[in-house]
Design a protein around this ligand. Structure first.
Ligand code: MLT
Length: 351
């Protein structure tokens, strides 16, 4: 595997390989000298065009644990603030490093970067599209907590419309045969095209509901309202009041249900829940280091291969206003997914 761009283009074998490598990395971390040579003398460029705490810190920690050095870029203090194009910035970073970890507010930025760079590109979040490294952490955490992923009943709860963590995780969970339910207020429900795509690809039915029903849930996966993706901040505030996880809600849940969250959490989980033994989100965040160590080493050392998606016969203009193609030009050619739908090769939205 060279690049890690989307849960659509990673094979089950590679995803499984990363989960196995993550467990090995976690063991090695007990004696850090044992892993300090794996990426010795390599340089990794951490390119964050959007805010980040855990993803950026855990990628840095993972690189350091493997013996690599990191270049840290922030769009506010770089030439991007002077108007340098994204493509030029990526060309520079590619010349200075052995791999690029990229977070960007535009959907499709990671795919475009992977076509420009000679070195591996790892998507650390592209707009509301995908966050595949978070998904691999989530799958690793679920397997550690429950001993398996297949058959585990997972309720996705929160802003399913905008959260890239949820969009990636839906594919990751179905790939490993978990049973998924989508729970959100109506105005924040999972995009219907995404639900249809996942249902066709994995031959399942995904129940969607407005109110949580936790009696049989094994994992409650919560996310915040993604206010930075709303054009009207007032609407985000109203949406944020529409759902909450509190002690009252958890009364109906199983004693061994686990609550996960990609963090940051804002008001959607009350402080009392942090003290509930079912709250596992800080443990989940800690798993970020071994999982990202596994990802960096596989991408840089070149183990495994991405799924090559079939190109569509004709080119088309992507209409998604959040797609990177609205800011950068590229040779646009759609791809045909496993569900036979033509979509933009960058932001992955249907044509
Ligand atoms: C993300 O970058 O998507 C975070 O990890 C989750 C969030 O911002 O809500």
């Amino acid at each position: 595997m060279q690049d890690l761009i989307s849960m659509r283009s990673i094979s089950w074998q590679d995803a499984g390989g990363i989960l196995r490598d993550s467990a090995k990395m976690e063991q090695l971390l007990k004696n850090p000298k044992k892993c300090a040579h794996i990426l010795e003398n390599r340089v990794i460029a951490n390119m964050f065009f959007e805010a980040s705490t855990r993803t950026s810190l855990s990628f840095q920690a993972a690189a350091m644990r493997l013996g690599a050095k990191t270049l840290v870029f922030s769009s506010k203090s770089s030439s991007a603030a002077k108007g340098e194009s994204f493509s030029d910035t990526i060309r520079m970073a590619d010349g200075y490093s052995d791999a690029i970890v990229l977070r960007h507010p535009c959907e499709g930025a990671a795919q475009l970067a992977s076509e420009i760079a000679r070195h591996p590109v790892i998507n650390a979040g592209d707009g509301a599209n995908q966050h595949p490294t978070q998904t691999l952490i989530d799958l690793y955490t679920i397997r550690k907590l429950k001993g398996k992923i297949a058959g585990v009943k997972v309720a996705l709860f929160g802003d399913l419309l905008h959260a890239r963590t949820m969009h990636s995780l839906l594919f990751g969970l179905l790939m490993f045969k978990a049973e998924v339910t989508a729970i959100s207020p109506k105005e924040l429900s999972m995009p219907s095209a995404l639900i249809r795509e996942a249902e066709r690809k994995f031959c399942v039915k995904i129940p969607c509901m407005a109110r949580p029903e936790l009696k049989n849930t094994d994992i409650l996966y919560v996310c915040r309202v993604q206010k930075e993706r709303f054009s009207d901040p007032k609407k985000a505030e109203v949406a944020a009041r529409a759902f909450r996880v509190d002690a009252q809600l958890l009364k109906s849940a199983k004693k061994d249900m686990a609550i996960l969250h990609p963090l940051p959490k804002v008001a959607e989980i009350t402080a009392e829940v942090d003290l509930d033994p079912r709250a596992k989100y800080f443990e989940q965040a800690k798993n970020g280091v071994p999982v990202r160590m596994a990802i960096l080493s596989r991408c840089i050392l070149g183990k495994g291969k991405p799924i090559r998606q079939k190109s569509a016969p004709r080119s088309f203009a992507c209409k998604n206003p959040s797609c990177i193609l609205q800011a950068e030009s590229a040779n646009q050619r759609g791809v045909i997914g496993a569900d036979n739908i033509v979509r933009c090769r960058y932001c992955e939205k249907p044509a």
